[in-house]
Write a protein that binds this ligand. Structure first.
Ligand code: IVH
Length: 692
């Protein structure tokens, strides 16, 4: 068995979260942006689920770039982009009845409700398709978009319009008083019914065209067509279930909104039920589980949503998912197959990750070819050997990991797996750090695999985003000895222009395009992207943004990080824990990092941080500290509200603090505020400042 989450040490948990974050980010790009999944959905879901389980047990270790905080991946370049006025969020996944109980308890705690009080929750089947947003102005459909990365999606207006179930204009009700809003962004799921999926594959087969693995992939492939004509030929369906921006909002509950959607002409899932207590919620889940195979469309679980919009507003969001909704996913499915080979991957930070190459097997409708083995301990614990028959499991609808081996089917000459003691790429010693479960290559920047991974990271979409420099090219230029690090890359044109033009497959035009892309990055890269690009261990996009937000300029950030107070300062930033702070300070203490950074500073421009446009109320950019008990809201609620208003919530009072919000029975923080002469405000004043 894999190590139970409860049995993980802090360090093991930390490392596993780090490797999960890296891996999942990579898989997301392949899946969401490139439509070319690297793993089966089942395998993918298993990774996400494991990540979530660890996070639940070690909330302090949740990484700023945790996959649980992410929605999808950056969009492809070929569609126009549409920015969602209200972000399209994702949902946290849970897998058991106990998790549902915990969810509801947490909601009540956040709202300051008694456990015995009931709360209305809408339970909906979780449709396994892809989400859409459809904006109507004065009742007319004006644009349609995919979720994309949650902030920006692809413009699929033309495609969406080909789906018959999408109303081109909102139907006005018979009631005289019933009108349509001036503006509404209606959201839901595009899916392909099972029957239509089988029919499509039958036709594809006849025409010797691509066969789709499952209805979800077929729906995605059909909707994201540059030629909307193709979309029109596919039979797609929709269910509407959510709302982005809307003006005016005339409904008070989610359930009422769903009724309104029906009146406007939208299909709303007929199974949806308004539940009044936990029993009704769980009953719904179990009934839907029974019904699942007979439904005409694929579902992968149930979504629970707090019914009252007022409560939804109070609950707000955590990172990228609402606190007022959650996805209860169906349990895992299993199958037996042979493990052909154990492969070791070397990551950017040198982590050696074992991967099982499997004899392809169908697990609940999805072909599974690989499974992660996490680390050497996991292989040992389960005594997994090459050639073994293994039980593969995927949780959720499309997913996998190795549950156990079947010793009775073991080949007589099988030998226990020996984890390599040297890096398979550079031959350096492979070691554990402390009681860390992960084994690292000690080659650091001398290990070609690590150098290459660092370069890939540096130019990747969310970092410098240098187009025309895919993984293959980086590997090629690296092998030729043209680029070993980021500085070589920035100087690529000066040193290797002629060689590149002479290279097979390259010509004047393509070389020119690449040099131009590099030049663009040299001319100016946003601070948050640069911080992300330099590849500090654990620092993902969100942390990089947080750091950029706090320091504004590269000079300010670098000098702070090289000062004696760096660690101290970092731990005062809400969202940066001690582990992360240590990795960041360590990074800036490394001589070779400093040399590289100085060289980069000299050849490229790092642009100051520009905060996203936000309504700038009186709390915007202020450092605030809470002390004592608040009366009308709980502490997490207050903190979330303050952050949403652009304030930085700090855990302790210092000279930099702007306001201390003082509740009943304040603690030592108030004394401290008095000493430092920091402005103290009441809960009421705080709320007034929020409202502006
Ligand atoms: S509500 C803020 N309701 O699941 C809440 N999502 O994991 C937004 N999905 O991106 C989502 N059925 O693509 C919601 N009845 C349902 C859903 C549903 C399927 C998908 C949707 C979303 C994903 C989140």
């Amino acid at each position: 068995m894999i190590k139970r989450v409860e049995d993980l040490t802090i360090d093991e948990a930390k490392e596993e979260l780090a490797s999960l974050a890296n891996r999942i980010a990579e898989l997301d790009v392949a899946y969401y942006r490139d439509d070319a999944p690297l793993l089966d959905d089942a395998e993918y879901d298993a990774l996400k689920r494991r990540n979530q389980e660890i996070e639940q047990n070690f909330p302090a270790l949740i990484r700023a770039d945790s996959p649980s905080l992410r929605v999808g991946a950056p969009i492809a370049t070929d569609f126009n982009k549409i920015t969602h006025t209200v972000p399209m969020l994702s949902l946290e996944d849970i897998f058991s009845d106990e998790d549902v109980v915990a969810f509801l308890a947490k909601v009540k705690r956040f709202l300051g409700m008694a456990d015995s009080e009931d709360i209305e929750v809408v339970a909906e089947p979780k449709i396994d398709g892809l989400s859409f947003s459809a904006v109507y102005r004065n009742g007319q459909l004006v644009s349609g978009a995919t979720r994309g990365d949650g902030t920006t999606g692809e413009d699929i207006t033309a495609n969406l319009k080909t789906i018959r179930q999408v109303p081109l204009s909102l139907r006005k009700g018979t009631d005289l008083f019933e009108t349509v809003p001036d503006l509404i962004d209606i959201r839901g799921e595009v899916y392909m019914a099972k029957e239509d999926f089988f029919e499509l594959n039958r036709m594809q087969e006849e025409a010797h065209k691509k066969i789709f693995a499952n209805p979800r992939n077929a729906a995605a492939g059909s909707l994201r067509q540059l030629d909307a004509q193709v979309t029109a030929e596919r039979r797609l369906s929709i269910f509407a279930y959510a709302c982005g921006e809307a003006d005016p909002i005339t409904w008070k509950t989610h359930y009422d909104y769903l009724q309104q959607l029906k009146k406007w002409g939208f299909p709303v899932n007929p199974e949806i039920k308004l539940c009044h207590n936990i029993k009704e919620m769980l009953d719904f889940f179990h009934q839907i589980t029974e019904k699942r195979s007979s439904l005409p469309y694929d579902i992968d679980g149930v979504v629970y949503k707090v019914n009252s919009l007022e409560l939804q507003n109070r609950l707000g969001f955590i990172a990228r998912s609402p606190r007022w909704a959650i996805a209860h996913k169906f349990p895992a499915e299993q199958a037996i197959t042979r493990l052909n080979h154990i492969r070791i991957q070397v990551g950017r930070t040198g982590a050696l990750t074992p991967v099982a190459d499997l004899e392809p097997v169908n697990v609940g409708g999805v072909i599974v070819r690989h499974a992660t083995l996490h680390n050497a301990d996991e292989i040992m614990r389960k005594d997994i050997r090459e050639g073994d028959m293994v039980v593969v499991q995927r949780a959720g609808d499309v997913i996998p990991q190795i549950v156990r081996v079947l010793p009775e089917k073991r080949l007589p000459d099988s030998k226990p797996y020996v984890f390599p003691s040297v890096c398979p790429v550079c031959g350096s010693r492979a070691v554990r750090e402390g009681d860390d479960a992960v084994i690292y290559c000690t080659g650091e920047l001398f290990c070609p695999a690590q150098q290459i991974e660092a370069l890939k990271h540096f130019v990747s979409k969310d970092a410098l985003d240098i187009e025309g420099l895919g993984n293959k090219n980086i590997e090629l230029f690296f092998e030729k000895g043209w680029i070993k690090n980021a500085v070589d890359l920035m100087n690529f044109k000066a040193n290797h222009e002629l060689e590149l033009i002479g290279l097979d497959g390259w010509g004047l035009k393509s070389a020119h395009n690449l040099f131009e892309a590099i030049e663009k990055a040299r001319q100016g890269v946003p601070l948050e992207r640069f911080i992300y690009a330099i590849g500090i261990r654990e620092v993902g996009e969100a942390t990089a943004r947080l750091l950029a937000h706090n320091y504004h300029s590269w000079q300010a950030f670098r000098s702070a990080m090289e000062s004696a107070e760096a660690y101290e300062q970092l731990t005062h930033i809400e969202g940066i824990g001690p582990v992360m702070a240590q990795f960041i300070t360590d990074f800036f203490q490394e001589e070779h990092n400093r040399i590289l950074l100085t060289q980069l500073e000299n050849i490229m421009k790092i642009k100051d941080y520009v905060a996203p446009i936000q309504k700038q109320g009186p709390l915007f950019g202020k450092h605030i500290v809470f002390t004592g008990t608040l009366e009308t809201m709980t502490r997490p609620e207050a903190k979330a509200k303050a952050q949403a208003a652009g304030a930085k919530v700090i855990s302790s009072v210092s000279a930099k603090t702007d306001y201390v919000v003082v509740g009943a029975n304040p603690g030592s923080k108030q004394t401290e505020a008095e000493k430092l002469n920091i402005m103290q405000i009441s809960e009421k004043e705080f709320k007034q400042m929020l409202d502006v």
